[in-house]
Design a protein around this ligand. Structure first.
Ligand code: ATP
Ligand code: MG
Length: 483
């Protein structure tokens, strides 16, 4: 059973009993009030009839009294009977005379005064009617003017049919009111339960979604109460969970990467060891042979090619070892401007050869960085070489360095931009992977190495599209670094 159904059922049961108890009490009081009213009306009617017949009664004119009262008999007033001061029957309407119980018996025995009266209700069969009808019988004493001694008494029978009808009507009205109240109450309960259970249901749906691992949607609760607070803390919790999940994914990726690097490192170290010595001796031997004068031009060309190949293998081994070796950083204060200018100088020949225009742009008063200068130079050199390789003859490369202020922390942002071929979107994810290359003579370790070094410095490196359609590498390094 849902919370909402429970709530509505409970309120319905409660309301039902409350309304029933209230109606019962009201009905009782109403009934009593109606009866009391009937009784006082009856007493008044009896006194009135006694007053109207006082004269014939005082002169013991029984016939006159009977004639008078017979005229008064109607639907409501069923019978009238007069008794003398000794409680003996004196005169009665026709119907009363038929019933000895009514005609013969007076109930007002003993001392009486103005306020004394007798009443009782009973069921009688009236005239030819087969059904019994309820009657209120009232007897009051009759006094002559100015005297306090009882002259006689008068007894009347009033039909209670009207009163019963009135009571029935009242009861019907009360039931209608009760039903109305019950309906309004149930409507209220449904409304309230929607207000309370609605947000709770949303909360439950949200938690179910989160438990299935879907953190994408927030729980929206519009009410301004504890449930909203609960929803908000739940949203915060799922936000934190999502954050933790993302962090874990990144950490996992890094772990896998580190694992990969470690195994590459082990393999490459042993390969390098095995290859280096024979390679060096091969290189030395080629150099020796090249020194001879007896070589033909063709032989010399072949040997040159071999030497070039050996150079390439040596470069590969060096880069591989650089990348896989986990070396300590040699941290010192360096001017980033100087590091960049030195790197540019190192490739100035190639720049000239390809007629490439290189522009540098430094913000004034950049703070010095606490970094491993050689490593950072290596990073910038890698980026510059890539840019150089990407642009056509006469292309443009631009390097800039600016200060970034993020609250308390300062950082330097460097950008290496070119107007070369650019990097397609789908390749951007892969370019930092070790051995990812699109070049025939490339190794694919330049950017992987750069990323490793920057991360060692607690910085970040990413690639974007440059304004001129080429690639733009952005490096952010903290000013203070790991002191
Ligand atoms: N400035 C650039 N413009 C266009 N593509 C680039 C640029 N820089 C890098 N790339 C792409 O990223 C790939 C990886 O670069 P990375 O420097 O890691 O290796 P590489 O240059 O191919 O080889 P090497 O190890 O000799 O540097 C390149 O092969 C190239 O496709
Ligand atoms: Mg490269």
């Amino acid at each position: 059973m849902s919370l909402r159904a429970k709530f509505i059922t409970a309120i319905m049961i409660l309301l039902f009993f409350l309304v029933a108890a209230m109606l019962f009490l009201i009905e009782r009081r109403e009934e009593k009030a109606i009866f009391e009213e009937q009784k006082s009306k009856g007493v008044l009617t009896a006194k009135n009839i006694a007053y109207l017949n006082l004269e014939p009664f005082m002169f013991w004119d029984a016939e006159g009294v009977e004639r008078n009262i017979q005229e008064n008999i109607d639907q409501k007033l069923l019978y009238v009977a007069f008794f003398d001061q000794y409680n003996r029957p004196f005169a009665a309407s026709d119907f009363a005379e038929k019933y000895e119980q009514i005609f013969k018996v007076s109930h007002l025995k003993g001392p009486v005064d103005e306020n004394t009266y007798f009443f009782q209700t009973k069921e009688i069969q009236y005239n030819d009617n087969k059904n019994l009808i309820s009657v209120l019988e009232i007897e009051v004493p009759v006094f002559t003017r100015g005297s306090s001694t009882k002259w006689g008494s008068i007894k009347i029978g009033l039909s209670l049919e009207d009163m019963q009808k009135e009571i029935k009507q009242t009861r019907f009205m009360l039931i209608l009111i009760g039903l109305g109240g019950l309906l309004v109450g149930i409507g209220g309960a449904v409304f309230l339960s929607n207000r309370i259970a609605g947000p709770i249901k949303k909360l439950v749906d949200g938690t179910v979604r989160i438990s299935r691992g879907d953190f994408s949607k927030k729980i929206k609760v519009s009410s301004q109460d504890e449930i909203r607070q609960l929803a908000e803390s739940f949203n915060e919790m799922s936000r934190q969970l999502l954050l933790a999940k993302k962090r874990m994914e990144v950490a996992n990726k890094k772990l896998i990467q580190a694992e990969k690097l470690a195994s590459i490192g082990r393999i490459s170290a042993s390969i390098a060891h095995e290859i280096r010595n024979p390679l060096t001796s091969a290189n030395l031997n080629i150099q020796k042979v090249l020194q001879s004068d007896k070589l033909e031009e063709l032989e010399r060309e072949h040997l040159d090619l071999s030497q070039e190949g050996i150079g390439h293998i040596e470069k590969f081994i060096k880069e591989l070892l650089d990348f896989t070796r986990i070396s300590e950083l040699n941290m010192e204060r360096f001017s980033i401007q100087e590091i960049i200018e030195e790197s540019v100088k190192m490739i100035s020949d190639s720049l000239e050869e390809k007629k490439i225009k290189l522009r540098t742009d430094f913000q004034e008063n950049l703070p010095s960085l606490y970094v491993d200068g050689d490593k950072i130079r290596q990073v910038i050199l890698n980026l510059l070489r890539n840019a150089l390789e990407a642009v056509d003859k006469g292309g443009r490369i631009q390097i800039s360095a600016t200060l970034l202020k993020e609250g308390e922390k300062n950082a330097v942002k460097m950008e290496v931009m070119d107007n070369g071929s650019g990097i397609p979107n789908q390749e951007r994810e892969n370019i930092f992977e070790p051995f990812y290359t699109t070049k025939s003579s490339g190794i694919g370790l330049g950017l992987a190495n750069a990323q490793k070094i920057i991360e060692q410095h607690q910085g970040s490196i990413r690639v974007k599209e440059s304004e001129e359609g080429g690639a733009c590498f952005e490096i952010i390094l903290p000013v203070e670094g790991d002191k």
